[in-house]
Design a protein around this ligand. Structure first.
Ligand SMILES: CCCCC/C=C/C(=O)SCCNC(=O)CCNC(=O)[C@H](O)C(C)(C)COP(=O)(O)OP(=O)(O)OC[C@H]1O[C@@H](n2cnc3c(N)ncnc32)[C@H](O)[C@@H]1OP(=O)(O)O
Length: 657
């Protein structure tokens, strides 16, 4: 129930006050032009000011005192009355849809009343009639559309069908009847209609049936499961509560639907397909038709707890290990990667005396088996024929890794392949040609994220290389703490990009240099060498060779050795950032950002995406910063003064066992 009632944002004005403030700020006309220079109700700017993106247009009319008149007078009459009483004959185009004066859908007989809205700016044709609607002076001068036709020139249905022409730059929308709409893409209101949309304009017509929910005082916020705030980690705004908000659901009209479905009675779902109820929220208790319960939701309402999308909320029982379970740890601030949570994890626990517990989860590309008693997971690549690193693979890799990061039972990961003779063939070449620029960007972001997450993992990472491992496959192995390879001379490993006529990105190169040293890396990269296993061992590219059948056992033994070390048994590292010429610790595993050794001024924020990428960019761009790991330093560490180079070594592990 708590989650079903929609929140009333603290800043939301009541209808009357918002009407007042709108009037007080007044829709100013540009001098001499007669055009409205800015719609004063533009909720977008209001929302921005208040740090919210919820447009005022989505305000509940429940907060409008006028709405009390609605049951008595009926929606039309109430609308007329309020329009006269409060809105002082303002052109309808300039009224917010949350005003009950707009309760009657445009396109109904009232339409004629609106007349012109600003000389020379918008001129409303009758619905369905072709005619020009053009912008006048003002920010939307350029806007010219045809009444009765959509932007593609297709003829559209007469009113109340609405075609929306978005102007993302201005945050304003124009319909085919010349009325300005306001909103931020999460929902647009026009009279008795509420038009769904997304940040990318996706015109959908949704007849507003929710008026029935409170006696018909005006438009209701649209809610669909796809818009549930809780599903995006925010507060739920589910409006499907039968206690008043929308009468149990909003029907979604198919495109071009000629008319809205008949209004529903309060508490009775309207006909038509129902928007699915938010699966994250408990259903509201049934409300009897005669229930004296207020149809309006109580507010302010505490926000729903942050819940990862698609993961059902875990039972909030005490953690058997005595520490706060991960889902009860405070959510990271906005813009902070969840990875940071892993840094703050409680000290490792000694191996459990209980019998070995194994868990496994799998996705299409990767099989993960977690031995809880050992605290070790094995990630097996299973993407035949060659485990190429496609976007899907990389995404699933990062998700699996993050799951393990956040799993308190897991302290180390062994990476290996379930495909015979191939560890990984590297980046999927088909992802790098014939695709859109956006796809390339997404793909490369995924490649980098894979590298960053693995390199910065809080867990011990061991690569059990049981097959060939060119290019990107080699990068995965290089990014681990330790590499064991099957001693099969047919298996080779290396950064062979030069043989393909491409250049290994500099962060591939840096990772390579960190492992094999400068000179070996230089010649190997220049030749694009793929080193057979024995040679790879000789040059230090892999740490040891073992017969293939012993690879798993050896990897497990190495892992135990690492995990037996004090502290987390993992790598110790910190991101350092250059500020005013000084290095500052941004954070690291078990190291609170800003609370560890810092050289120079203050600590900085933590694992914040922007800052991290800035640090990494700076590190890799040799701007005087370095991204360090204990025992290996990436980037341009060589340029740093010795004192700064010593910083990572000074970092002691906090929170170790
Ligand atoms: C723009 C800057 C980018 C810089 C960074 C680039 C990083 C990279 O990782 S680039 C990719 C580099 N990878 C390679 O060069 C590997 C090429 N592949 C091989 O050497 C071999 O395929 C093998 C040793 C991995 C496996 O050999 P084998 O068992 O004999 O299998 P096949 O050669 O017959 O291949 C089977 C099948 O898989 C396709 N394939 C192989 N590698 C890739 C790949 N990287 N991406 C996509 N697809 C790959 C291969 O084409 C075969 O497909 P079919 O012909 O359809 O059966």
């Amino acid at each position: 129930m708590r989650c079903c009632s929609p929140p009333r944002p603290a800043w939301v004005p009541t209808c009357s006050s918002s009407t007042r403030s709108r009037r007080s700020t007044g829709p100013a006309r540009a001098a001499g032009t007669g055009a409205w220079d800015w719609p004063p109700w533009r909720s977008r700017s209001r929302s921005r000011q208040r740090g919210s993106t919820i447009p005022a247009m989505l305000l509940p009319d429940a907060v409008c005192p006028h709405s009390t008149a609605s049951p008595r007078l009926g929606p039309r009459a109430a609308g007329d009355e309020v329009h006269r009483r409060c809105c002082r004959g303002q052109p309808r185009e300039l009224l917010p849809a949350s005003c009950p004066g707009m309760a009657v859908p445009l396109g109904e007989p009232e339409r004629g009343r609106a007349g012109r809205a600003g000389q020379g700016r918008t001129e409303r044709g009758s619905a369905g009639q072709d005619g020009m609607v053009q912008g006048g002076a003002g920010p939307w001068d350029h806007r010219i559309i045809k009444v009765g036709k959509d932007p593609q020139g297709h003829r559209v249905q007469p009113a109340p069908t609405t075609t929306i022409t978005p102007n993302p730059e201005q945050g304003a929308w124009l319909n085919n009847k010349g009325a300005w709409l306001s909103g931020n893409g999460r929902g647009l209101t026009e009279g008795g209609w509420l038009i769904g949309g997304g940040p990318t304009p996706r015109p959908r017509r949704v007849p507003l049936t929710s008026r029935a929910g409170n006696g018909g005082s005006g438009p209701r916020p649209l809610h669909g499961a796809d818009r549930c705030g809780a599903q995006r980690g925010g507060a739920c705004s589910a409006l499907l509560c039968p206690r008043g908000w929308g009468g149990g659901g909003l029907a979604t009209a198919p495109r071009g639907s000629p008319s809205p479905p008949p209004p529903a009675r309060r508490g009775v779902p309207p006909p038509g397909p129902r928007v699915p109820r938010c699966p994250l929220h408990a259903p509201c208790p049934p409300v009897s038709p005669t229930s004296p319960v207020s149809p309006y939701p109580p507010y302010p309402r505490p926000p729903c707890p942050p819940i990862s999308p698609h993961i059902p909320p875990p039972p909030q029982t005490p953690c058997p290990r005595g520490a706060a379970p991960p889902h009860l740890t405070p959510p990271p601030p906005p813009g902070v990667l969840p990875l940071s949570q892993a840094w703050g994890r409680a000290p490792r626990l000694p191996p459990s005396p209980l019998p070995a517990q194994r868990r496994a989860f799998s996705n299409n590309k990767i099989l993960v088996e977690l031995d809880e008693s050992a605290g070790v997971a094995t990630m097996k690549f299973k993407s035949p024929p060659v485990n190429s690193l496609s976007l899907d693979f990389l995404t699933e890799f990062c998700i699996s890794l993050e799951k393990l990061e956040n799993d308190r039972a897991c302290r180390g990961v062994i990476l290996t392949s379930a495909v015979p003779k191939i560890f990984s063939s590297g980046l999927d070449i088909t992802e790098m040609c014939g695709k859109s620029t956006e796809h390339y960007a997404e793909f490369w972001r995924a490649v980098q994220e894979m590298w960053l997450r693995l390199y910065s993992s809080n867990m011990v990472t061991v690569a059990a290389v049981n097959g060939s491992s060119p290019a990107g496959g080699c990068l995965i192995a290089l990014t681990c703490d330790y590499r064991i390879m099957a001693e099969n001379p047919k298996f080779s490993i290396g950064l062979n990009e030069a043989q393909l006529g491409i250049v290994a990105p500099f962060w591939f190169k840096d990772t390579f240099v960190n492992v094999v040293g400068h000179r070996v890396a230089e010649s190997s990269l220049q030749l694009g060498s793929l080193h057979p296993a024995p040679e790879a061992h000789r040059i230090g590219l892999v740490d040891e060779l073992v017969p293939e059948e012993k690879l798993k056992d050896r990897a497990t033994a190495v892992m135990q050795q690492w995990l037996a070390l004090p502290g987390k048994g993992g790598t110790s590292w910190a991101v350092t950032e250059c500020r005013n010429g000084d290095l500052t610790c941004v954070g690291g595993p078990g190291i609170e950002a800003g609370s560890c050794v810092s050289v120079g001024t203050g600590g900085v924020g933590g694992w914040e995406v922007g800052k991290l990428s800035k640090a990494v960019r700076a590190a890799l761009g040799c701007e005087g910063c370095a991204w360090h790991t204990a025992g290996r330093s990436a980037g341009c560490a060589g340029r740093l003064p010795p004192a700064q180079l010593a910083v990572p070594a000074l970092l002691s592990r906090a929170g170790g066992a």
